[in-house]
Every structure is written in C-alpha cells, then in structure tokens.
Design a protein around this ligand. Structure first.
Ligand code: HSE
Length: 392
C-alpha cells in the first residue's frame, strides 16, 4: 500500500503550474494542501485560499509530510530544504544550483534525519537520468557521461543553425516559452548545465564537487563567423557538459561548446530537447533523449519523484560510500577552435600545439590543443568580448 502524501509546494511558476496540470489529470493518493508564493498580488489560476506567502504555513504544518520546492532563489531553496528535511518531511526539488552547491550537506542531513530528497526534475527535465545512474549503473564502470543538458541554449543554437534566426531573437523566444532561467546567462553561459553535470557526476562517480571549480564556458560569445565555420564543414555547435573517467582514478569535468558532426547522435537533438550519452564498460553506449525544459516535461519528472516518495524511495548514494576513491582532475588536453580579436592574446594563452591559423580582416582563429587547467586559469581572458572557444 502506498502512503498518502500531503504536499506543500513552494513556487507556482512554469514548473509548479506544469506539475499541477499533470496532477489534476490523475487519481493519485495525494493532496496539495498549500502553495507558498512570493508575490501575493499576482493573479492565480487556482482558489486564493490555496496560496500564502508564509513559509511556516508549510514548514510548521505537521500534516504536510512532503515538500515540493520549485522556486528560483537557490539560497532560499536551501533554507527551505534544510528545514523540511530536518523536521521529518521529505523533499522534491528542481533547483539544480541549490542541489549542486550543497549536495554533500544535504546528503548528511538526509542520513541524520532519515528523510529523503529527490531531484530528478533538476537534471535534464523529463529524462530519468539520476535514478538510472544511481540504480541501473550501480555496478558499471562508467567511462563517460555527456550530452545536451540545457534546453534554452540548445533551442537558440537550433534556431540559429536551422532557421537562420538571430541569437537575440532566439533567446527571446526561449524566454517567452518559459525555458530560460530568470537570468539567461545561467543558460547561455553554461552555468545551468554545469550544475546539472555536478549532480550527474555525483551519481555517476560518487563525487561531491564544488561547481565553482568546474569550467563552464557557453555560447554567449558565438558570432556569425563561428556559425559560418561550422556550416562550411557540415558541423553544428552544441553546448556540451562532459564527465569522463581517466587513468582509472580521476574524473575530468567541464562544459564547453563543441563542434558536432552528423555521425554524432547529439547532432539531431534540437530545440529544447536534451540528450544524455552514457558510455559504460559493459553496456557500451546508451542514449537518453527527451524534453529538457518546460513546465509539463519538468513537472512530469517532479511528479515521478513525488510518487516515488509514496514508497519511501531514497537515493542511497552508494557510490559515495563504496566506490574506489575517484578524484577530480583538470590534467586533460583538449583540441579547440579559438576565435580571438586582439593578436596579443595568443602570447598570454599557453596552447600545447597550434595546427591551424586563420587570419583575415574581420576573423582570426587558431585550432590547437590546450590543457583544461590552462583554460580554467585564463577563462576570463578567453571569454572576453570578441573571443569564442569551442572543442573540436
Ligand atoms: N533553463 C533550463 C534549460 C530549464 O533551459 O534547460 C530546465 O532546467
């Protein structure tokens, strides 16, 4: 018999509304008792008595055994999640920044209080990757996990590459469709996929990492010259988070734009769709595909977590406890395309090798190899206006 869930929800934005739409079509053993929202004056589609601005209406209500946290503010989300888990309530969250930043502490709190925090909706919208990494790949040596983890930037790139739309026009549409974060630099700058990658790496490799130590460069500096270069070579550019085990003892992680050829399965992942490519020792290559953003797709993952709580499901973080100690490493060489504006920049960035140079009046680029740690230490310079880097 599943247990009855009495739910308090923080936030009634795109995902909150999407979740509500799905729940009302089902006959589940659960009741939504309260929504806590920030703005009391906003017109809502549900009866006013369901809404309050007082967090204690949920957190201090002993009848509410399940908290669903769907707000934007990662710091406030962390406080809510900590309080709920410490007072015996299980939590479902879709806040990737909050989870990526505080996962180790949140794991300890769950263990201490015997409560459960689930967050499938935080990573790649509708794609059930966390539970798969946690359960299915429990005994597999994972060579790498990569893919497209951000719907908004993928939507923008699709519109630029397939429909010749401008960057600004495509970004505006991604915002209008509710895919983008409130501050879209989180999407196009690669922060959002980095938070997701941090969570993925945790469940894939048993690592608790500070996302600030992981490289993320995005598509915000993409220019017509880069798109032209890609198209001339029948390539597309995608924003790719990448985690790979090297030397049997280290894991490399980063988020960078990448030129992708037609034979790469990610080539045809378009618009707000996401794809997760898992390479494992025995299963070989597997691919998960689905909508990565939007109220209903993300709401469906949140609902799956809610219903899992009816059976007291929890992540066991087995790999953190039992796996061999893997370490995060930045000793890794990448082949990159680097377009730059000022010539002297090449004196300040240490490429291991340069195999190609292009120099015209309006476009200059090099193709070469460079250490990941060199990109990290020169990231501000590399990402300055007029420059663009992508793996090739
Ligand atoms: N802004 C995110 C994206 C929403 O575009 O993928 C889903 O996490």
């Amino acid at each position: 018999m599943s247990k009855k869930l009495t739910i308090g929800i923080f936030g009634f934005g795109v995902v909150g509304q999407g979740l509500y739409d799905i729940i009302k079509t089902k006959n589940l053993n659960l009741e939504i008792k309260k929504f806590v929202i920030k703005n009391a004056d906003k017109k809502r589609t549900l009866p006013a008595e369901l809404f309050t601005t007082d967090p204690d209406a949920i957190l201090n209500d002993p009848e509410i055994n399940t908290v669903v946290e769907l707000i934007d503010d990662a710091d406030a989300a962390f406080e809510i999640t900590k309080r709920a888990l410490s007072s015996g309530k299980n939590v479902v969250s879709a806040n990737k920044k909050m989870i990526a930043t505080h996962l180790e502490e949140l794991t300890e709190i769950q263990q201490k209080y015997g409560t459960s925090l689930l967050y499938e909706g935080a990573v790649c919208g509708s794609i059930p990757i966390i539970r798969n990494l946690e359960e299915y790949y429990d005994n597999e040596l994972l060579h790498s996990v990569s893919g497209i983890f951000n719907g908004s930037s993928n939507y923008i790139l699709s519109k630029i590459f397939n429909e010749n739309q401008s960057y600004a026009e495509a970004l505006k549409k991604a915002q209008d469709l509710g895919f983008a974060e409130t501050d879209p630099i989180l999407d196009v700058g690669g922060f959002d996929p980095k938070f997701k990658l941090t969570i993925v790496a945790s469940h894939a490799y048993g690592l608790f990492l500070d996302p600030d130590t992981i490289l993320n460069l995005g598509i915000d500096k993409l220019s017509d010259a880069d798109v032209r270069y890609a198209k001339e070579k029948n390539l597309k550019i995608k924003l790719i988070p990448f985690a790979k085990e090297i030397n049997n003892s280290e894991v490399v992680l980063y988020v960078l734009p990448k030129f992708i050829s037609k034979d790469n399965i990610l080539y045809n992942v378009e618009n707000e769709n996401n794809g997760v490519l898992v390479k494992a020792a025995f299963a070989d290559e597997q691919f998960f595909y689905g909508k990565g953003a939007g109220g209903h797709p993300t709401g469906s993952a949140v609902l799956s977590d809610i219903t899992a709580l009816r059976y007291d499901y929890r992540y066991e973080y087995k790999k953190h406890l039992t796996e061999k100690e893997l370490k995060y490493s930045t000793n890794y060489e990448l082949k990159v395309y680097f377009r730059y504006q000022n010539d002297d920049i090449l004196d300040n960035i240490n490429f291991s090798t340069i195999s190609e140079r292009y120099y015209s009046e309006d476009t200059k680029y090099v193709i070469g190899t460079i250490e990941l740690k060199e990109i990290i230490s020169k990231r501000v310079l590399i990402n300055a206006d007029g420059n663009f880097i992508a793996e090739i």
